[in-house]
Design a protein around this ligand. Structure first.
Ligand SMILES: Cc1cc2nc3c(=O)[nH]c(=O)nc-3n(C[C@H](O)[C@H](O)[C@H](O)COP(=O)(O)O)c2cc1C
Length: 150
């Protein structure tokens, strides 16, 4: 089974809806996707499946509150995940300037510190450009899974 765990960070539900749309699509294509709405570190240390971060950005380039405990624990404990594939989808709003999609950068840095391996470029979805983040996320995720499960 091709397992994927999605780590969700969302304030108003956009990133959560995007993660659910990804699950709905991939589950019908032979993948087994788990959407983690309130992830904890043991969700990733208990297995080795590829990780997909699907988070929005809040505050001034910060990680949403539901993902923050995971992020803090990851940074503090740095459980080593050598070579583990991960991808990043981040929602933001380019009117925030320098902090645009900042939560994606924070998650990426933290995962790199665990020696995990990023697959694909970060997908940055700009709320100024689209009202339907899933319409950008689904084509991206198809390429991502193709690169992860080669
Ligand atoms: C209070 C607040 C702060 C935000 N700060 C940022 C930010 O620093 N950088 C950014 O790119 N987007 C920022 N955004 C935009 C959100 O990330 C964007 O609207 C996203 O689509 C929301 O997704 P969600 O519904 O999953 O929370 C902010 C939005 C709000 C309401």
């Amino acid at each position: 089974m091709k397992d994927i765990r999605i780590l969700v960070g969302s304030v108003y539900g956009g990133a959560l809806m995007t993660a659910r749309a990804i699950k709905q699509t991939l589950d019908t294509e032979g993948y087994s996707v788990q959407v983690l709405e309130n992830p904890v570190l043991s969700d990733i240390t208990s297995d080795t499946s590829p990780l997909l971060v699907c988070t929005s950005t809040t505050g001034q380039g910060e990680v949403p509150g539901n993902l923050l405990p995971f992020y803090v624990a990851l940074r503090e404990q740095l459980p080593q995940q050598p070579g583990r594939p991960f991808g990043i989808i981040v929602l933001g709003d380019s009117s925030y300037g320098d902090t645009f999609c900042g939560a994606g950068e924070l998650m990426e840095e933290a995962l790199y510190e665990t020696a995990a391996r990023k697959v694909g470029e970060t997908l940055c979805i700009d709320a100024l450009e689209t009202q339907e983040p899933e319409s950008e996320a689904l084509p991206w995720v198809r390429e991502w899974v193709a690169a992860v499960f080669v």
